[in-house]
Design a protein around this ligand. Structure first.
Ligand code: NAD
Length: 260
């Protein structure tokens, strides 16, 4: 379905971003991977995706906290592939602490990577998408883009902001073949969430499995994690012709989290 299309997926060396990159590649899309990690593991991932799906896959180590590197990531993708059709703003980090204890530099980092990076990347890709009259911008927000939890001030502020940015981009591009939507996952068992589970288990002196069950029960009526593959399938749907008029939406995939 996406043969001939080119996607940038930020933060795609792990977790949800990797699930999305694999799902796009499986549809024939060329992919620019991005994110941190061990060089050999990333290279193995890049070749595996390319071989499994018969598509071109490249990698950029751009740091999403640094706007000049974000602009370079987009410019490099255009240099290598000729254009960009799909941008998935996925890179994200978390910090858990009460506002009174929240380290200022962590606030700045979370806002830079989870929110400002999406602005810089979108600003850089839109001219190409508009000139080609087709584009899909998909922002990976969160249930925390729609409702809050304690001890996550920067993350909740960034994700609410990301949904605001999604709506503005959707309005500005509405009649130019471009859509912009946010995906709002509940719990997905990735390294980002595994760390929160282990931190809770350590803090409360309980087994990791117990902490994992408690984490789900606290927020989701459905006591199960969404998988990165399921998020990938939703991203692919948003790139389809069937989703042509879905724009400015915040799509929950959260086991009923925000239904309560
Ligand atoms: P993850 O930690 O598995 O992956 C994060 C990715 O971002 C990695 O590839 C990492 O290398 C990359 N990254 C981090 N900082 C970066 C930077 N400065 N520059 C470039 N890349 C950077 O996390 P995940 O759970 O897959 O999260 C992906 C996105 O999904 C995040 O935006 C997160 O907020 C969102 N999300 C996750 C969940 C969940 O339950 N896991 C729920 C809702 C939303």
């Amino acid at each position: 379905m996406l043969k001939g299309k080119v996607a940038i997926v930020t933060g795609s060396t792990s977790g949800i971003g990797l699930g999305i990159a694999a799902a796009l590649a499986a549809e024939g899309c060329s992919v620019m991977l991005n994110g941190f990690g061990e060089a050999r593991a990333i290279e193995a991932l890049r070749t595996r995706l390319a071989q499994e799906h018969g598509v071109d896959v490249l990698y950029s180590p751009a740091d999403m906290a640094k706007p000049p590197q974000i602009r370079d990531l987009v410019a490099e993708t255009i240099r290598q592939f000729g254009h960009v059709d799909i941008l998935v703003n996925n890179a994200g980090i978390q910090h858990v602490a009460k506002v009174v204890d929240f380290p200022e530099e962590r606030w700045d980092q979370v806002i830079a990577i989870n929110l400002s990076a999406a602005f810089h990347a979108t600003k850089s890709v839109l001219p190409v998408m508009l000139s080609r009259k087709w584009g899909r911008v998909i922002n990976i927000a969160s249930a925390h883009g729609l409702v809050a939890s304690g001890e996550k001030a920067a993350y909740v502020a960034a994700k609410h902001g990301l949904i605001g940015l999604t709506k503005v981009v959707a309005i500005e591009t509405a009649n130019h073949g471009v859509t912009c939507n946010a995906i709002c996952p509940g719990w997905v068992l990735t390294p980002l969430v595994q760390k929160q589970i282990e931190d809770r288990a350590a803090a409360q002196g309980i087994p990791v499995q117990t902490a994992r069950d408690a984490l789900l029960r606290e927020k989701q009526p459905m006591l199960d994690f969404t998988s990165p593959e399921q998020i990938g399938a939703l991203a692919v749907f948003l790139c389809s012709e069937a989703a042509r008029t879905i724009t400015g939406a915040a799509l929950s995939i959260d086991g009923g989290w925000i239904a309560q």
